[in-house]
Design a binder for this molecule. Structure first.
Ligand code: URA
Length: 434
């Protein structure tokens, strides 16, 4: 077997065999195939696609490329959740304590920010003391003791995905169904869950730009999951605007904590209810949709989810006084409004641009080794459908770097398009596929 014949086969639109896919994944992970040959193959996959069988073979080969986590000593039913990424997406931080408060174990590993999208691990680290990097035995112990642990993976789970993802990022091959499906599913299979819920974000701030693509991705992941013996369900959520109003690490923690205390914005509530309901149903706690919804709302409004989040923060070494008194989070030195130069209903938000400006302000990394400024980011003042007056704030930028203010304001102004006519509020949940 050699990589040149594999590349030429895919270049010529032929299906690869399981052995060829396994050869590529294992040799590339070991460093025996150079990046330029892997890039040629990935680009050929991007352009010519893969059959369902090829995508499954790629996923399983990637899942087998490193360690596998066994969570069967915690429970025989671990329901995991993954988002395909977006802007202002703090759903995990709100949803997982709710689920844990319903006695459904939560053992979740989350990633760091990637490109214009934020990462849950970075957001949690904005809570002083919160340690996302605990040993795996401690992770399991925390789940056994308090029913929840949220960390970043320090195991060698699906290392092939790490390499292939970084390569895709550098050759403009991120937004592609076979590559996204295998990336997400390989990590989920390696991390030990037997039931997997995927939040597929859809819109101009997501990899899937329209509902047709999102449904295709959903069906692909469900098929892979079934072939790998995992139950998979997908909820498609709207990413034509940021989730909630806050973008940036501690800004999102503050919004998430308020939501857990019952001050929950409508779009976040809709998403949390839809995802939460599917998780409760998959866990077998109840099979009745209305009952599952009632359990979730009760967890929020009774304060149970908020208490569970505080328990989690404490267990991970975080300073709970910041959660109890949100004013303790350091504020950015400069908080500047971005003022509207027109009047009208907000029709379109360039969500990816908002994400990129937030990264530029310091909330994400421009380069892998960059430090994050936890207090930097953006607070949206308007959502789609709101009527904006001339001179009213569209958003506020939060930064500690004065030199970034002018450029950010100019870019952000171009991210909002107003319409003289009334604009309907969009739905936050676009569909459920199972
Ligand atoms: N999230 C992932 O983990 N992988 C992708 O390819 C896209 C989003």
């Amino acid at each position: 077997m050699n990589i040149i014949s594999i590349i030429s086969k895919k270049r010529d639109k032929k299906a690869l065999t399981k052995e060829e896919i396994e050869y590529f994944v294992s040799e590339y992970t070991k460093g025996n195939i150079p990046d330029y040959q892997a890039a040629a193959l990935v680009m050929a996959i991007y352009i010519n696609g893969m059959t369902s069988q090829e995508i499954t073979d790629l996923t399983l080969a990637m899942a087998d490329s490193g360690d596998k986590l066994d969570l069967s000593d915690i429970s025989d039913c671990i329901v995991d959740k993954h988002s395909s990424g977006g802007v202002g997406d703090k759903i995990t931080i709100i949803l997982m304590p709710i689920i844990a408060s319903l006695d459904i174990p939560v053992a979740k590993m989350s990633g760091r920010g990637l490109g214009f999208t934020g990462g849950t691990a970075d957001k949690l680290e904005s809570i002083p003391g919160y340690n996302v990097d605990i040993p795996i035995e401690k992770f399991k112990e925390n789940v056994k003791e308090i029913g929840i642990s949220l960390i970043t993976s320090n195991l060698n789970l699906a290392p092939a995905d790490k390499k292939i993802y970084a390569l895709r990022d550098s050759i403009a091959c991120t937004a592609n169904i076979p590559l996204i499906a295998s990336s997400i599913m390989s990590k989920k299979i390696a991390s030990g869950a037997n039931k997997i819920l995927i939040d597929i974000t859809c819109g101009n701030g997501a990899f899937m730009k329209d509902i047709k693509q999102a449904k295709e991705l959903a069906n692909t992941m469900i098929k892979i999951g079934n072939l790998a013996g995992r139950e998979v369900r997908c909820v498609i959520t709207n990413m034509d605007e940021p989730v909630g109003k806050a973008i940036g690490n501690s800004l999102e923690i503050i919004e998430a904590v308020k939501a857990l205390r019952g001050e929950i914005p409508e779009d976040i509530k809709e998403i949390v209810l839809a995802l939460g309901t599917q998780m409760v149903l998959m866990s077998g706690t109840t099979l009745n949709v209305q009952e599952a919804e009632k359990m979730i709302l009760n967890s929020i409004y009774s304060g149970k989810a908020y208490e569970k989040f505080k328990e989690l923060v404490k267990k991970q070494g975080g300073d709970v006084s910041f959660i109890e008194n949100l004013d303790k989070f350091p504020k950015a030195k400069h908080i500047i409004p971005v003022l509207s130069e027109n009047r009208g209903a907000l029709k379109t938000i360039d969500t990816e641009l908002i994400g990129n400006v937030s990264v530029y302000l310091g909330a994400g990394r421009m380069k892998k080794e960059d430090d994050i400024d936890y207090s930097a980011g953006i607070i949206m003042n308007q959502k789609i459908g709101d009527v904006v007056e001339f001179g009213q704030a569209l958003a506020y930028i939060y930064t500690n770097d004065e030199t970034k203010i002018d450029g950010s304001i100019k870019n952000l102004k171009s991210a909002f398009i107003l319409d003289p006519k009334r604009v309907a509020k969009p739905k936050a949940v676009l569909g459920i596929v199972k």
